[in-house]
Design a protein around this ligand. Structure first.
Ligand SMILES: [Fe+2]
Length: 258
């Protein structure tokens, strides 16, 4: 395969963030020479989940594949979106009878990219063991892809790291999403897999994971249910740029922000 540059963006939080990303992504792709972009879209709808507006905006704006997570089925339209849109996937360890698929093989300028979305099970829903789910996909798709990217939507850093070391040398990249805070541990693991514990968020800057700080403070100080509203502050987009060599292994990973 030829040398390939891929961008992976953290949780796009709210429609304003989708607009922000879509307005800039083609330029950012060009600047970095990227032929493929993956973004996590599980919070793109107002109040979490996926909606038609957010998904169309991101795909039209330059995202090749959208991954999701624990909020994916929150809205009624999710079922149709997942069934009708090939390039949006949901965690592969949900039951197989749930709508959508947990992986997709997409084209990056002639390079076949397998994207797998998996959810952690520590402090999350009791889904199938993520190691079993991912390994099954790698077995099924063996020989059909050049690069494998895994979005681990998980709470626990230990689970993300353990999955990354387990698939080191088998996946091109293992990246974490869900916690919305970018981590500074981007690295190439010993057998050539690019890794970062969390990509961060594409969303409002002055917020608690995207939500107005006053909502979260009220919830945490009074221990009463509070309606969360998206913060309306300036948006910032976080993710990584990964360069893959001709052997399909990651040569570099660096954090990007726009
Ligand atoms: Fe999440």
């Amino acid at each position: 395969m030829k040398k390939t540059t891929i961008l992976m963006l953290g949780d796009v939080t709210g429609p304003a963030a989708a607009d922000y990303v879509a307005a800039r992504l083609w330029r950012v792709r060009e600047e970095h020479g990227a032929s493929f972009v993956v973004a996590n879209a599980e919070n793109v709808a107002p109040g979490n989940g996926i909606d038609n507006y957010g998904v169309k905006t991101l795909i039209g704006g330059g995202c090749d594949v959208l991954t999701t997570g624990n909020h994916v089925f929150k809205r009624r339209e999710a079922k149709n979106i997942l069934e009708d849109t090939e390039n949006i996937i949901r965690p592969c360890n949900y039951p197989s009878f749930d709508p959508g698929r947990g992986h997709v093989i997409a084209d990056a300028d002639g390079v076949r990219v397998l994207v797998i979305n998996v959810m952690g099970v520590i402090y999350m829903e009791p889904l199938e063991n993520p190691f079993r789910s991912v390994s099954r996909i790698l077995r099924e798709e063996e020989g059909k892809y050049d690069i494998c990217l895994i979005d681990v939507h998980a709470e626990a850093t230990s689970e993300k790291l353990a999955l990354a070391y387990y698939y080191d040398g088998r996946a091109g990249a293992v990246v974490g999403t869900h916690t919305h805070v970018p981590t500074a541990d981007e690295q190439i693991l010993p057998k050539g897999t690019a890794y970062v514990t969390d990509l961060g968020m594409c969303g409002p800057k002055n917020s608690v994971l995207g939500v107005k700080p006053e909502n979260i403070i009220e919830r945490m100080t009074k221990n009463m249910p509070v309606k969360f509203e998206l913060s309306e502050n300036a948006t910032e987009a976080h993710g990584v740029k990964i360069v893959f060599g001709e052997d399909g292994r990651a040569e570099s990973i660096e954090r990007i922000k726009f």
